[in-house]
Design a protein around this ligand. Sequence first.
Ligand code: ZN
Length: 432
Amino acid sequence: MISSIKALVNIPSVKDENSKDTPYGEDIDKALKKALEICDNLGFETYYDAEGYYGYAEIGEGKEMLGILGHLDVVPAGELSNWNTDPFEAQIKDGRLYGRGTQDDKGPTVAAIYAVKALMDSGIKFDKRIRFIFGTDEENLWGGIDKYMEKEEVPTLGFTPDAEFPMIHAEKGLLQSKLKSESSGKLVLSGGNAFNAVPDRIGYSGEYNERLKQELDNLGFEYEVQGETIYVIGKGAHASQPHNGINAIALIAIALNNIGVESNAIKFIAEVIGEDYNAKNIFGECEDEPSGKITFNIGKLNIDENQEEIAIDIRIPVTKDKEKIVDDIKQKVKEYNIEYEEFDFLNSLYVPKDHKLIKTLRKVYEEETGKDSTPLVIGGATYARAMDNCVAFGAVFPGQEKVEHQANEYIEVDTLIEVTKIYAAAVYNLTR
Ligand SMILES: [Zn+2]
């Protein structure tokens, strides 16, 4: 198992947009072929998509199919001087296997493969087919897995070893949109870096400087002055957890609106959203039992002489209807002469607690670890969203360090072995 993980980690399978012969680059293609070769040697039937978007490895018999979704692409190593080892030459130090992809997601994927191999070696006959589906573009746009779901048989149920234990059974819908309007030409202001981040500061300089400072003092909002620019200070956070942050764009909008600056965007943000990241003025009390309240984040604001644009990120409770949410927004922004434009949407994921998949995985996890198995709810997105009846199951345990996408990414060898046992028990029970 370790040497298989090493072989995959040693292929720097980072996306290469410029490849002519492969969808995501030579190295991702090499990693895909390597994974199939490993599976082939272990006794699986393998299939390589002629276009190179995905591959799969299968064992067992029967009509139903258990899908295990892992991905073979990795994010870049980043600044090499931050690494203590070569990110693309996996090695064990002090019981930890270091290298890019050891935790996300080559290590856990290979652990699941060897879990099934252990069952095969024990002489277990599978009443369902088990299919490992290898994604090639998880870190970017999910092109590989989307192509698979379009062209191939979709598994009956499944899990992805690409997040954390015990399991994630609810992931809110993710809607990112732009709110656009004409500019009054009286304000130039921009800030925020991404839809999915609570902006931690925004700077303004111009004719309203003195009044803005005064108003920020009145409101008790934090700011600092650097030269001619006033920076309003918030607190950064992920858009799925806006309660951990303070939105600097919302603060400056409240202040600018109070001093009467003419702008549709400012007026909308100040009057409708303000500091309420649940946007009750738009959605009312929008929440449900499995996944909690809707969240609304203003990620970016861009106002120039001609146009105004607000970038928003909304996490929709799993039982709520997206179209209704969109209608609510459209109706409200119209009052401010603002147009709604969708940028991106990811469906929610929800597998109820009484579903066989959840019941089985909980039982297995409790038996193997003795730990609490209460399923998690998140605002973020895991690979499980690629298909129905699928959840993220491991491979990071509660309290363990999450080192995905970071320098010195590792997985403990002991963890790998424990994870393999859990996956073996899970596959065994899910194919009965
Ligand atoms: Zn991943």
